[in-house]
Design a protein around this ligand. Structure first.
Ligand code: ZN
Length: 317
């Protein structure tokens, strides 16, 4: 017994310094999933430390990254994962829209050598309108971070083809989430990075959105050639398929219908939320719908239907 405990303490003594010298690396704030040959989705972890999803495409002569998470630390971890897979240069970061949970880590990608591509409206919004996203949760530190976000280097209001050697990546302008949205499609792998035009089983943030435009864009996603074999990487939630696109679109249509009915019954504000939220949850029992998210999206939907919804205004270059 004594011998055994002596052996155990020697073992402990031997092991402890070894553990102290080589701490296991911090877990990644995202889960990396290969969704096609050389195409990866980086899905926000269960603690939401990355803030959103991102991804990347490895071509013949370089890498294109889609979105940069909410913070530089998560984006640096993404760069490290890319470096683990390929020595090819990281040439582009495409921001699907201006929201800070997708652009917050841009500096890490720029430092890694990428040029920042975004919709032309992103330059006018990224350092200003992002403050609105946080409402009463904004802090001086967050304000300073937003004011210092990098501005995109290359902006467009048209579709773009980006060639990574022989590999084609198609950047498309789409309507619905902010008024400055891009998607990224990899035709040879049938992978579409949708940005926040698709959320999987979590309610979308409608703060800058138009549900009318949004549902039309999702109908386009579902009508893509070979949609049944397309992988959709959403802005939030796990890797999705055609069924998820249809489910998300149904969610938006249910929200619009329920809020329309509630307004017809003369309901507004808290009474409208109290009437609509349980019905929405009952129709989508496998979704995670927080009280805060439900209240916000019902209010924004009501504003859109009333014609009082404020959306970001494009700024001159
Ligand atoms: Zn967004």
């Amino acid at each position: 017994m004594i011998l055994r405990s002596l052996a155990a303490s020697i073992l402990l003594w031997l092991c402890v310094p070894a553990i102290a010298q080589a701490p296991s690396p911090a877990p990644l704030p995202f889960v990396l999933k290969q969704v096609g040959p050389g195409v990866y989705a980086a899905i926000d972890g269960p603690e939401h430390k990355a803030g959103s999803n991102a991804g990347f495409v490895i071509g013949d002569d370089g890498v294109l990254v889609v979105d940069a998470f909410f913070n530089v630390e998560a984006a640096k971890a993404l760069v490290a994962e890319i470096r683990r897979l390929t020595p090819k240069p990281i040439r582009y970061i495409v921001n699907t829209h201006y929201h800070a949970d997708h652009t917050g880590g841009d500096q890490a990608l720029r430092d890694a050598g990428a040029i920042i591509i975004a919709h032309r409206n992103v330059r006018g919004w990224v350092r200003t309108n992002n403050v609105n996203l946080f409402g009463d949760r904004i802090t001086p530190d967050l304000k300073a971070r937003i004011a210092a976000l990098p501005l995109p280097d290359l902006t467009t209001d048209k579709d773009l083809s980006i060639w990574l050697g022989s590999r084609k990546v198609v950047v498309r302008t789409v309507l619905g989430h902010t008024g400055g949205d891009l998607t990224v499609f990899v035709p040879d792998a049938k992978v579409l990075f949708t940005g926040d035009l698709l959320w999987r089983k979590v309610p979308p943030n409608l703060i800058d959105g138009s549900v009318k435009e949004w549902t039309a864009t999702d109908a386009d996603f579902a009508a893509m050639p070979d949609a049944a074999h397309t992988v959709y990487v959403p802005g939030h939630g796990d890797v999705a398929d055609l069924g998820d696109v249809q489910d998300f679109r149904r969610y938006l249509l249910d929200l619009r219908r329920l809020v329309t009915d509630g307004r017809k019954a003369g309901l507004k504000d808290d009474a409208l939320t109290a009437a609509v939220a349980p019905k929405l949850r009952a129709l989508h029992p496998d979704w995670t719908i927080s009280d805060r998210a439900a209240a916000a999206e019902i209010r924004y939907m009501a504003e859109e239907l009333a014609g009082t919804k404020k959306r970001p205004v494009p700024q001159p270059d």
